[in-house]
Write a protein that binds this ligand. Sequence first.
Ligand SMILES: NC(=O)c1ccc[n+]([C@@H]2O[C@H](COP(=O)([O-])OP(=O)(O)OC[C@H]3O[C@@H](n4cnc5c(N)ncnc54)[C@H](O)[C@@H]3O)[C@@H](O)[C@H]2O)c1
Length: 426
Amino acid sequence: MAHLAIIGTGYVGLTTGACLAHLGHDVVCADIDEEKVAGLSRGEVSIVEEGLGDLVLEGLANGRLQFVVGALEAVSDCEAAFLCVPTPQGGDGSVDLSFVEAAAAEMAEAMPPAALIVNKSTVPVGSTQVVERVMQRTDVKVVSNPEFLREGSAVRDFLFPDRIVLGSDDQEAAEKVASFYDDIDAPILITDPASAETIKYASNAFLATKLSFVNALAAVCEGVGADVNDVVKGLGYDRRIGHQYLQPGPGWGGSCFPKDTMALLHIAESGGYDFRFLGGVIAVNEEQFNRVADKVSKAVGGDLSGRTVAVWGLTFKAGTDDMRDSPSLSVIDRLLADGATVRAFDPTVATHRGGLDERVAVGSDPLVVCKGADVVVVLTEWDEFADIDPAEVATLMAGRRVVDTRNLLDRDAWAGHGFDYHGIGR
Ligand SMILES: NC(=O)c1ccc[n+]([C@@H]2O[C@H](COP(=O)([O-])OP(=O)(O)OC[C@H]3O[C@@H](n4cnc5c(N)ncnc54)[C@H](O)[C@@H]3O)[C@@H](O)[C@H]2O)c1
């Protein structure tokens, strides 16, 4: 079992640290956020992620998991340090590597001889050399190890991944990192750093492409009177296509797809290729936010000014509390710009408001926000919304209109209670 350090305890770092400790390694996790470290040391996990709290408690109890402030403190006797720090979008669409560089600089002198840096942050081609340049340590090798976990199922995805990708020009270093995952049953692909880094961006861009494709297809279905739910069912039975990531919605978002698709556009450009196709995927997504806002406006007769909209769902997907670049925020901004009053409910959003406009009142209950509303709009696919009785909602609202951007509700049941139901692509 290895001594490992994790730098950054966000969605990726905390999951990585807790899972590696669960697999039997000795893990020290570092963050610069002192409050977060204090909370984690007491076993308090501030993010919503199924199973993560239990793994943190398990690691603290058996002594295999520790939390410290600052990378310096974490790396002194590690065999490898995993970089799990943010890589936000820079002003021109390129990737801002300042967190990666700052963490590498902090660790440079304290890394034990011949230890490894494992880069789990999503970084563009060439970042392995950037870290090496900052470290100025010829004995410390850098291995790219992109992470593919999904928020909402991060622990499961980490422990049962589809694949593990390692990128290094040093076979021995890559094999050492592979050995940390010995107890995970998944294909391991060892390649060069540029290919490993490209695989991560290609995966996210491809998934975003599927979602934009199905949203565009939903628009076609609306135009010709087809039902996108049935179309997708029929499409997905083709094993070359599959059913996953073919659910229409309000547009895609979250902490990764928007920045990673923009980054790949930028990376392609720097490599001399104009990736217009991917530009189209991003444009279809922007269009989808407008299409949803138009749908809401049409549902109330074409003018949102003076209307009250009840929104169900703020997070970018169900199963998480993450609102970073959530499609809900993009749609809400458009509704507000058109003059609507917006009230919202989300099961995981109470005090933290992410990037939510301050004009939006957040309610404690899905029914409370419907009181006197003209239309209710489902933006996140939380199962509990499907269980709400339309009869009860009908008694509270000023108008009986519902825009269901996830095709989640029972259309016939809502229509049966007098609701004017608008789904996506049907
Ligand atoms: N969130 C996802 O679903 C996901 C999935 C795959 C890959 N990624 C990639 O993983 C990386 C991390 O993403 P995330 O969502 O976990 O980010 P996050 O914002 O949730 O967490 C990052 C953490 O790093 C800490 N940090 C920043 N600088 C530090 C430093 N010098 N030393 C110690 N800690 C430091 C921050 O305080 C924060 O707690 C990004 O590159 C992202 O693109 C994210």
